[in-house]
Ligand binder design. Structure first.
Ligand SMILES: Nc1ncnc2c1ncn2[C@@H]1O[C@H](COP(=O)(O)OP(=O)(O)OP(=O)(O)O)[C@@H](O)[C@H]1O
Ligand SMILES: [Mg+2]
Length: 239
């Protein structure tokens, strides 16, 4: 029998004020999976992530994390519940050093010694960041900033890490590095939900994927099956 889901989204309707953006979204993520969320612009991919962390209002339906109902939690509770979030646009504190940025990611950890251990363990996973730990984040390349944003999300040892467009705007070289990094995080036991414009690449690394369109589920299957699905290829992967 397969593991029970870490995240389960059921019949989720969500809205920005009067404008409904999600219509009956169903989705689940098992522990240790990479799940890709793909679909055209405006499909509702970012909205799904934002609704999970309480940034968008739930109209109806439910969100469960490890069997606990987290529907409509206040956003500041998401990290406490074990949800790491890497927003679109590799947001880092430009004037703070790499190390300081990571420390900010562990703001819930009051014990300074424990916080330092967490920084060290994240730096170990990102040798390039370790080399530049005293550099201001604003001076890093785009790919390095994305690694820093991911590293910061890992600081709270989250149960689930959600990434919005991690490869957007990166050079092909850094795109490769980021996708490989996501695979190695999965191999270490992390559970990842990734929204990607780069649908083909995302489905190559994903265990499973969901295709959204106009705020609704359109297809869902294993990454490999979606990559080989004629309709998905034609509509979303450019033939
Ligand atoms: N802050 C907002 N206020 C009102 N409507 C919004 C807001 N953000 C998104 N929307 C609407 O919600 C729908 C889903 O948008 P969302 O950003 O989730 O799409 P997406 O799949 O992430 O697209 P993209 O690939 O462009 O990032 C769209 O119709 C969009 O116009
Ligand atoms: Mg988006």
């Amino acid at each position: 029998m397969s593991a029970p889901p870490l995240l389960r989204v059921s019949s989720l309707d969500a809205a920005y004020g009067p404008v409904q953006a999600l219509f009956g979204i169903d989705m689940m993520i098992r522990p240790g999976e990479i799940v890709a969320l793909i679909g055209p612009n405006g499909a509702g991919k970012s909205t799904v992530i934002k609704t999970i962390i309480g940034l968008v209002k739930v109209i109806s339906g439910s969100i469960e994390l490890a069997g606990t109902d987290i529907t409509g939690i206040p956003t500041h509770e998401a990290p406490v519940r074990g949800i790491g979030y890497v927003p679109q646009g590799r947001i880092v504190f430009a004037r703070m050093t790499v190390r300081e940025n990571l420390e900010m990611g562990a703001f819930l950890q009051k014990d300074a010694r424990r916080r330092k251990q967490m920084v060290e363990s994240v730096l170990e996973q990102f040798p390039r960041l370790e080399e530049r730990e005293r550099t201001a984040a604003g001076r890093l390349s785009g790919g390095e900033q994305q690694m820093l944003a991911i590293g910061r999300a890992l600081m709270m040892t989250p149960q689930l890490v959600m990434l919005d467009e991690p490869s957007l705007g990166l050079s092909p070289k850094y795109m490769d590095i980021i996708f490989e990094k996501l695979l190695s995080l999965r191999d270490q036991g992390h559970t990842l939900l990734m929204v990607e414009q780069n649908a083909a690449r995302a489905l190559e690394v994903a265990d499973r994927g969901y295709v959204l369109e106009l705020g609704r589920n359109r297809f869902s299957d294993t990454g490999a099956a979606l990559l080989n699905n004629e309709d998905v290829r034609r509509m979303y992967l450019g033939g």
